[in-house]
Ligand binder design. Structure first.
Ligand SMILES: Nc1ncnc2c1ncn2[C@@H]1O[C@H](COP(=O)(O)OP(=O)(O)O)[C@@H](O)[C@H]1O
Ligand SMILES: N[C@@H](CCC(=O)OP(=O)(O)O)C(=O)O
Length: 377
């Protein structure tokens, strides 16, 4: 795939995770950069108005807290860092609330720690809350829950957190905004002749030899954690773009497919990667039995599953959960994310979608499982 077409495909992505790093947010430590935040908020609100969902992962709590406390150097002590984060986080959210408010956009603060993403129940809870916030048109603003995390359970840098959030919500793309214009063949602060990498496979081992650590004293990860984040994001099929956050209209331009910064792509086709990820991540909550026509449509036609081809529903599940699809002989032939609860599915089985309103009182989706959310076994 040439770089132009992969950028164009990126532009059709409907769900983005955008990460903004400390150095950028705090204008290299000079307090929270309200003007920049207002500008990014305007760009994100414009995307939202075009139906693109955005989750913002924002660093900057420690840096904002240090600024409020008049501390010049990042403290070593974990408790001082946590205190600075507690002071800075409320400041940061206040600035976001005000900035997004100018564009009639609601924001929601989400603080996550490692346990939230490693414990299955909490993982699914975080996933549902984020999806609900997005469906309400809000922009979730995520940061690590710095005040309670200990060294053993820290994500450590928000690049990793942003990639895990991209996995969690199955984002199409992760945009990492930083103070460099992308990944260069060498840290441009060491070598001004270093060249920008336009596009590469996230798994390319050469990338980590180019990426160095953080230099600002504010950011934690440098480029190495951004490349690793791209590798993590690729597991669920997300492309990553690393770009300079100070560039004019950077968010809108990257989301429109302009070749800014560095694009790091998953090795396999994004949809296949995403489906594989889904199949491994979620628990099967129920089962649907398909008639022979539906089985054929799935197996050979690459079609979505329609209620008209479903003859039985088992188990209790909610919209968005993973269910197994069996043929009339009881063999599992596919798995997928279902668009209706088990009670609703029972009411609409064997029925065409035109009858959903009569049977349910509404119709959200025509298909019971959309083909993009189906994994054939
Ligand atoms: N190969 C590279 N290309 C670009 N920047 C690099 C590279 N290696 C190291 N860096 C450094 O990474 C920094 C960005 O990382 P970091 O300070 O952690 O930012 P953030 O706070 O946005 O996460 C850049 O300012 C740059 O000095
Ligand atoms: N949770 C910390 C994030 C620190 C961090 O990872 O910063 P960065 O490398 O700039 O993304 C904070 O808000 O200060």
């Amino acid at each position: 795939m040439d770089s132009g077409s992969s950028r164009q495909r990126l532009a059709s992505g409907k769900r983005w995770v955008i990460k903004i790093g400390s150095a950028l947010l705090t204008d290299n430590g000079r307090g929270v950069n309200r003007a920049a935040i207002l500008n990014w908020a305007g760009q994100i609100a414009a995307l939202r108005d075009r139906g693109i969902e955005v989750i913002l992962v924002s660093s900057g709590a420690v840096a904002a807290g240090m600024d409020r406390l008049g501390w010049r150097r990042r403290p070593e002590s974990i408790h001082q860092l946590q205190a600075a984060a507690a002071i800075g986080q409320s400041r940061l959210v206040q600035v976001y609330e005000h900035a997004f408010g100018q564009f009639d956009c609601r924001v929601a603060q989400i603080l996550l720690d490692h346990d939230d993403l490693s414990d299955r129940t909490r993982y699914l809870n975080a996933r549902s809350t984020l999806r609900t916030l997005l469906s309400l048109g809000a922009v979730p603003i995520v940061n690590e829950n710095d005040t309670v995390t200990t060294d053993e359970i820290r994500f450590g840098d928000n690049d990793t957190l942003a990639a895990l959030v991209a996995n969690l919500v199955e984002a199409n793309a992760l945009l990492i905004l930083t103070d460099a214009d992308g990944l260069f063949s060498q840290d441009p602060r060491d070598n001004p002749q270093a060249e920008l990498i336009g596009e590469a496979s996230a798994a390319d081992p050469k990338l980590l030899t180019m990426a160095g650590g953080a230099r600002s004293g504010l950011g934690r990860g440098g480029m190495a954690t951004k490349v690793r984040a791209a590798q993590l994001a690729a597991r669920s099929g997300a492309c990553t773009v690393i770009a300079g956050g100070a560039r004019e209209s950077v968010i809108e331009r990257v989301c429109a497919g302009e070749p800014l910064g560095t694009m790091l792509t998953p090795e396999s086709d994004p949809l296949t990667a995403r489906k594989r990820w889904l199949a491994g991540q979620l628990q099967v909550r129920g089962a649907l039995t398909l008639d022979s026509g539906a089985e054929l449509a799935l197996r050979t036609g690459g079609k979505s599953l329609l209620a008209v081809g479903v003859t039985a529903v088992e188990g209790r599940f909610h919209r968005g959960e993973l269910v197994s699809c069996r043929n009339s002989a009881g063999e599992e032939i596919a798995r997928g994310l279902v668009n209706y609860d088990s009670g609703e599915a029972a009411k609409i089985l064997r029925q065409p979608s035109e009858k959903f309103v009569e049977l349910l009182g509404y119709r959200d989706d025509d298909e019971l499982i959309h083909r993009d959310n189906l994994i054939l076994l």
